[in-house]
Write a protein that binds this ligand. Structure first.
Ligand code: BV8
Ligand code: ZN
Length: 265
């Protein structure tokens, strides 16, 4: 049992808020996949990338300058995800859908662990590792389901070429300086504004990347009770009514089991 750092009274109050909620939004970042063995975005990069900051690799310019370096990094990450399993946090989020009338899952992550845990209609604000497309003509590329050729951390891998225009294939993620996909962003904002959300649970994000990091603030200003579950304090602490510090794979199941008096999560 992990210490939820709440008094008995606070835990009872929070449990009541959760079980009364009709519309819950769960918003996740890289920390929700950490217990599946996926390095978080700002953890020190390993191998060749140790001397790079993720922010500098996750850009169109980095890809233009050195496509093999960037494509190798994404193939290494895709391989890690394909070898990983969803963890207790992903599974609890998927299970939560059968406990509330409306659950919306919004993620900044480019992995598919929410889907593999059973979550449906996940809103990916920053794209996916699994739908590569042509950098030149934007047509989708067939691959993305093959096992990468086992790139080691730091291996450069030449990106494949587009069969239509011979342009280089890129990951279908949103790089820094690129617009978020309008459909996904509008769906995320619709889920937290105009009093659409009773409870907003932010899990495993440092809340430094915009505009995604606006969501906890939007939810709170639209009347939601905001719960943050994170290993450490973040930029969103001030927007949360409850800050629960610790591993998501322990905190979230315990919080939901306490709320529903169950052992299902
Ligand atoms: C854009 C995909 C318009 C690629 C990513 C204000 C408004 C608009 C834009 C900006 C703005 N200010 C600055 C900007 C620019 C920029 C930005 O936000 N920069 C930051 C660095 C300041 N934003 C953009 O460029 C966005 N585009 O706004 O378009 C525009 C257009 C042109 C010019 C200007 C504006 C695009 C942003 C999307 C970038 N792409 N990912 C890829 O994945 O490779 S973002 C990247 O960061 C990942 O998606 C990641 O998910 C995301 C956020 O990081 P986190 O998920 O929070 O991960 P992190 O490692 O930081 O934290 C993990 C947390 O988990 C930690 O707190 C840790 O303590 C915790 N944790 C760890 N283990 C556990 C745990 N918690 C619980 N349990 C555990 N076990
Ligand atoms: Zn093309």
């Amino acid at each position: 049992m992990v210490n939820l750092q709440l008094s008995t009274y606070e835990l009872a109050k929070l449990s009541d808020v959760i079980i009364r909620a009709r519309r819950i939004v769960v918003f996740t970042g890289a920390g929700v996949s950490a217990e599946s063995g996926i390095p978080t975005f700002r953890d020190a990069q390993t191998g060749l990338w140790a001397k790079f900051k993720a922010e500098h690799l996750a850009t169109a310019n980095a890809f233009r300058q050195d496509p093999a370096l960037v494509w190798g990094w994404y193939e290494w990450r895709r391989m890690l995800v394909m070898q990983a399993q969803p963890n207790a946090a992903h599974r609890s989020i998927a299970m939560l859908a059968s406990y509330v009338p409306r659950l919306t899952v919004i993620t900044q992550n480019v992995d598919d662990l929410h889907e593999r845990a059973g979550s449906k209609d996940v809103i990916h604000l920053h794209g996916s590792l699994f739908k590569p497309r042509c950098f030149a003509c934007a047509r989708q590329h067939a691959s993305g389901v093959d096992i990468p050729n086992q790139p080691d951390a730091g291996q450069r891998v030449e990106p494949p070429r587009c069969i239509h225009c011979n342009g280089r294939i890129r990951p279908s993620v949103v790089w820094f300086g690129e617009q978020l996909p309008a459909v996904e962003w509008n769906a995320a904002m619709a889920a937290v504004t105009r009093n659409a959300c009773d409870v907003f649970i932010s899990i495993g994000t440092s809340s430094v990347v915009y505009p995604a990091a606006e969501l906890p603030f939007e939810a709170r200003s639209n009347g939601a009770i905001v719960i943050q579950i994170n290993l450490a304090p973040t930029e969103s602490d001030m927007y949360a009514h409850y800050n629960l510090y610790g591993p998501a794979g322990e905190i979230l199941p315990q919080l939901l089991n306490t709320a529903w008096g169950s052992q299902d999560f």
